[in-house]
Design a protein around this ligand. Structure first.
Ligand code: URA
Length: 218
């Protein structure tokens, strides 16, 4: 009888350890860029795959020290398979130029969700949770020193707490050794130009921090 109880305890411990490893390996695995892009392009974890034209994986320098993260692709991005290529994207490029950042040179740009939500609605929390694993894999390959969240949704998911974009944009946060800041989303700046002067100040603060933290960006 004692032997049977011991055996059951042993089996329970064994199963618990296997489950822990499984959960961990689902969070981040060690993939190459090619493996990651192939897996992401085949993703069917949520229903957004049913309506996408292209997976919008990310663009930029794979060894960038600074990464920008938006919320999710719109129509132009879905058609082209590249983040921030519509009107808001052009405005983002202009913002980046002010502090000598360029998607073709010294930064990487991705989104929280990689597939376009229908009719440009906000990505739902389940879709965001399902998709965050891909961003984690991108983090582990790029190893950014600074992550800039573009807008409320990216900031809420990556910075967390009771983040409020109108109150907390331009502030620094630290998570697992990565410095995070949020800017107003470029689409919000197109809609409401009164927010642009604050964003200019945030960009100059970002530039200052990059010069201090990222020796290979400028
Ligand atoms: N808005 C985003 O958040 N991401 C894009 O890629 C385009 C628009």
């Amino acid at each position: 009888m004692t032997y049977l109880v011991d055996l059951c305890i042993y089996i329970a411990y064994f199963l618990m350890s296997v489950c822990t490893v499984t959960t961990y390996s689902m969070e981040t695995t060690i993939m190459t860029w090619d493996e990651l892009i192939t897996a992401c392009n085949e993703c069917k974890k949520c229903t957004l795959h049913e309506t996408r034209t292209n997976v919008v994986f990310g663009v930029g320098n794979r060894t960038a020290e600074v990464m920008f993260v938006g919320e999710g692709p719109g129509e132009n991005e879905d058609l082209k398979g590249e983040p921030f290529v519509g009107r808001a994207g052009k405005f983002l490029d202009d913002m980046l130029k002010i502090i000598e950042l360029d998607r073709n040179k010294n930064i990487y740009i991705a989104n929280i969700v990689k597939c376009r939500p229908p009719n440009n609605r906000d990505p739902q929390s389940t879709e965001r949770e399902m998709c965050l694993g891909w961003l984690r894999e991108q983090y582990s390959l790029i190893k950014p020193k600074i992550v800039v969240c573009l807008g409320r949704i990216a900031a809420t998911d990556l910075i967390g707490g009771d983040f409020k974009i109108s109150r907390d944009h331009g502030k620094w946060y630290n998570k697992d050794g990565i410095k995070l800041m949020a800017l107003y989303h470029p689409a919000a700046l197109l809609r409401d130009p009164r927010r642009r002067p604050e964003t200019f100040i945030d960009l100059k603060e970002l530039e200052r921090e990059i010069k201090e933290t990222c020796p290979n960006t400028y």
